[in-house]
Write a new protein. Structure first.
Length: 214
């Protein structure tokens, strides 16, 4: 897998995990409904800040992992792939529906930003996701780790802005689409699951052949 392939796989995986309805998405819609588009985008900005911290955490973890013995590093790659496969399998068997999106009290944009960042930063699943995914796609042979992390962080921020920002612009329609179309949300989750399973299989093969690639 060369660098371009790694970026494409990461981008598809990133799209899959962000587009699945979850707390970040609901938080953006709820703030846009009560405080307007600016409040929605303030929430998006907070979530993007949290994503940037996750990227930093992932880059530091990969930097440590690459100094481990080759066999141990290879084992961590395979463990990460197994975790990705488990996420995919769980999503494939899920039936994600949204009964309603709680609407908070009207709040300032600064509060929406701060709470968006805190909500994102306190999500333990995000750190597990980063620990599992980043070692698959950040490789020493691709160049400086900090530069690869910067590119992946930028991709993450742009994907969050595109998906969550789009919902902030059309909060009412976004809420109605999520609440009123259960089959749509179910297939979003299962489609994301398929992406994770495919990416896990792909990375298992590269993990097994890691010694030949390095």
């Amino acid at each position: 897998m060369d660098y371009a392939q790694a970026l494409w796989v990461y981008t598809f995986l990133l799209f899959g995990i962000i587009v699945v309805p979850g707390m970040d998405m609901f938080f953006v819609i709820a703030n846009a409904l009560t405080g307007g588009r600016r409040a929605g985008f303030a929430a998006v900005a907070g979530i993007m800040l949290g994503g940037a911290v996750h990227t930093l955490f992932g880059a530091l973890a990969v930097g440590v992992f690459t100094h481990l013995p080759a066999l141990l590093y290879q084992g961590l790659i395979l463990v990460g792939a197994a975790y990705m496969a488990w996420i995919g399998w769980t999503l494939l068997g899920s039936a994600i529906t949204v009964a309603g999106i709680p609407v908070p009290r009207t709040r300032s944009h600064a509060v929406a930003f701060r709470q968006g960042a805190i909500t994102c930063l306190l999500n333990p699943k995000a750190y597990l996701f980063v620990m599992a995914v980043y070692p698959q796609f950040i490789r020493p042979q691709f160049g400086p780790i900090w530069l690869q992390a910067l590119v992946m962080g930028a991709l993450t921020a742009l994907m969050q802005l595109a998906i969550y920002g789009g919902l902030a612009l059309a909060a009412g329609k976004g809420r109605d689409a999520l609440v009123g179309n259960p089959q749509w949300t179910i297939w979003i989750g299962r489609g994301a699951g398929a992406l994770f399973v495919a990416a896990a299989a792909f990375t298992v093969w590269h993990g097994v052949t890691l010694e030949m690639q390095t």
